[in-house]
Design a protein around this ligand. Structure first.
Ligand SMILES: [Zn+2]
Ligand SMILES: [Zn+2]
Length: 310
């Protein structure tokens, strides 16, 4: 006998187990850089977005370098994670891939001439800093612990975040989609356990109008139901806020979903409204929307490693 399913279950299952997770594109950072440059035109924060595009260009170079050096996790671990719904690239465990620090050094050297003054003076201190202190900073970012103690560490945090993204994206690209636990629709990334940066409504091969949360760290995406709070799974009283006037016209594909239950707000970028959106880039370009929802009493649930917030 077949049991009746709720509309919510039907919406979840319509995607199918096979496509409930998406690995990042091998061009994720190059695409992001291009999107950031497009968003920078006419934007009040153009310099910031162009600097972020420069970081993303370098992240792509480093991703291309790391991919052949990054092994797939061992089969026993992958099996255990699939069975128990645990993320195989656990970012909270505090284990750092050896490669992350070499990426940080490459980014630091290449960005030095273009960095804003605060970052430039922090970069001067980088060669004198103990590796153990940088590893500790990286671990505290992965665990979402409190802000770093020193001004230097605070200034370096986005660059550390960028290096960690490269290391984890390379690790994600060594997986097969079927290695990632499927069907849990959780608030955290099923590949690495990190928080989402935002969510994206996709078109085309991923199923028209299907929503995914985008991982802030490894860039994997996992299916989440529309009109449902990603952090707490509440479906009642969900509402949406957009930018208005000229800003609204510049960002037609970005909304903030707000939840009255947990007071969280997570952005949704929609390819239905603007086919070129990128969750990470469009999030950076719409910080004005965060201020609006903050004034309305909601806290930001998305985590963007370029905007250091613990
Ligand atoms: Zn992830
Ligand atoms: Zn909620």
């Amino acid at each position: 006998m077949q049991t009746l399913r709720s509309p919510e279950e039907i919406a979840t299952q319509a995607v199918g187990e096979d496509s409930s997770n998406r690995l990042p594109s091998t061009w994720v950072f190059a695409n992001r850089a291009e999107r950031l440059r497009a968003l920078a035109g006419d934007h009040a924060m153009a310099d910031f977005l162009l600097f972020c595009a420069r970081i993303a260009d370098l992240q792509q170079q480093e991703l291309d370098r790391l991919r052949p050096l990054t092994p797939r996790p061992d089969a026993t671990l992958l099996k255990r994670c699939r069975e128990h719904g645990m993320p195989p690239l656990d970012a909270q465990g505090g284990e750092l891939p050896e490669t992350w620090f070499s990426v940080l050094q490459k980014l630091a050297t290449a960005l030095d001439p273009y960095a804003p003054p605060v970052l430039q003076s922090a970069l001067l201190s980088l060669p004198g800093m103990a590796r153990s202190a940088m590893d500790e900073l990286a671990r505290s970012i992965l665990r979402c612990e409190e802000a770093p103690d020193t001004v230097i560490e605070l200034a370096l945090a986005p660059l550390v975040g960028a290096a960690l993204q490269v290391a984890w994206t390379a690790r994600a690209l060594a997986l097969a989609e079927s290695d990632i636990p499927a069907g849990f629709e959780d608030s955290l990334c099923p590949a690495c356990g990190a928080h989402p940066v935002a969510s994206i409504v996709r078109i085309g091969d991923a199923g028209h109008g299907v929503r995914y949360a985008t991982c802030s760290l490894c860039a994997c995406e996992w299916h989440v139901t529309r009109i449902k709070c990603v952090p707490c799974h509440n479906t009642k009283g969900i509402s949406y806020q957009s930018l208005e006037g000229r800003q609204g016209a510049l960002h037609p594909g970005v909304k903030a979903e707000t939840c009255p239950e947990c007071q969280a707000s997570l952005k949704i970028v929609s390819m239905e409204k603007d086919p070129l959106v990128d969750a990470f880039a469009d999030d950076l370009a719409t910080l004005a929307l965060d201020m609006l929802v903050d004034e309305a009493g909601f806290h930001r649930a998305g985590r963007n490693l370029f905007l250091f917030t613990p």
